[in-house]
Write a protein that binds this ligand. Structure first.
Ligand code: ADP
Length: 279
């Protein structure tokens, strides 16, 4: 597999809610280990893309491929020997391609398989309030992925330790700050061993003084080689972290390119106006 081959390939993704057409033929490629930031005005369809990639929304047309095209699982494609690869808590090897063609009939089993390959970090954390931190993290791997509990707990504790929250493992979400809850949200996503991490405005619900801790964790994951799609209004963060920036408006991609180019020297008028307002 070529190192630039996409882990995520989206073609012609379209979606309407009733008469409201929200996505109008979106294409997106995210190579392994790369970070794509989706930016654009509210209502432009960014969250709908993420939700479609996570099986939470069913597009009307288009296709989504997660994993490497080709016939065999490329075990060497993970960040072997990388900083997080020990103990089963690092970047996952790339799996053979899974393609969902939404123009045809997509089965619940296919949607479940897609969901299993991507993990979402939500704006409002979406932790289960009645479960402890540790229970929140192990819920998906144990109940949905049916992995051995002891192994999952050991990995979860390692991941919690990494983000400085191991001593909070028996706390409930309401006992944590927003920043801590979001770090649990990130750990919960990592514990699923996804091919792809999806972040939906991960810091926009946080008090300003809590934003940096969360962005720092995401930056570390980027450096470690995770493949990520991030919806964000934090353009300075996008400039530092993203390899590519995609500017959307009205359900189409208006402009895309290297982060420094799109954010420092945008070509399209709508991108210029948006970036000028936020930077
Ligand atoms: P963004 O993330 O760029 O702010 P969204 O993807 O959240 O944009 O929303 C795009 C449009 O789709 C908005 O007009 C929103 O109201 C609409 N929309 C999103 N989800 C739903 C839904 N479940 N039902 C109806 N309309 C929706």
């Amino acid at each position: 597999m070529s190192p630039t081959e996409p882990v995520l390939q989206v073609r012609g993704l379209s979606k309407s809610f009733g008469a409201n057409t929200v996505l109008r033929g979106i294409d997106l490629d995210v190579p392994r280990g790369k970070v794509v930031a989706l930016i654009g005005p509210s209502g432009s369809g960014k969250t709908t893309i993420l939700r479609s990639l996570n099986g939470l929304e069913t597009p009307d047309a288009g296709s989504v491929t997660v994993g490497a095209r080709g016939t065999s699982a490329d075990g060497a494609a993970g960040a072997a020997g990388g900083p997080g690869s020990e103990g089963g808590t690092g970047v996952e090897p790339v799996l053979p391609a899974l393609t969902l063609d939404f123009g045809a009939k997509v089965t619940p089993r296919e949607v479940a398989a897609l969901r299993d390959r991507s993990a979402m970090v939500f704006q409002h954390y979406n932790l289960f309030p009645h479960l402890t931190v540790l229970q929140n993290v192990i819920e998906g791997p144990v109940r949905v992925q049916k992995r051995p509990r002891a192994e999952v707990v050991a990995e979860a504790e390692k991941l919690l330790d990494r983000v400085g929250l191991l001593e909070k493992k028996d706390a409930h979400p309401f006992e944590l700050s927003g920043g801590q809850q979001q770090r649990v949200g990130i750990v919960r996503a990592l514990a699923l061993k996804p091919q792809l991490l999806l972040f939906d405005e991960p810091t926009s619900a946080l008090d300003p003084e809590l934003v940096d801790d969360v962005l720092e964790v995401i930056k570390e994951l980027a450096e470690e080689g995770w493949t990520m799609v991030i919806v964000t209004h934090e353009l300075a963060f996008a400039r530092q972290t993203a390899d590519e920036v995609v500017f959307m408006a009205g359900g189409v991609v208006v402009e895309r390119g290297p982060a420094s180019q799109v954010l420092r020297n945008p070509q399209e008028e709508r991108t210029q106006a948006f970036v000028r307002r936020l930077l």
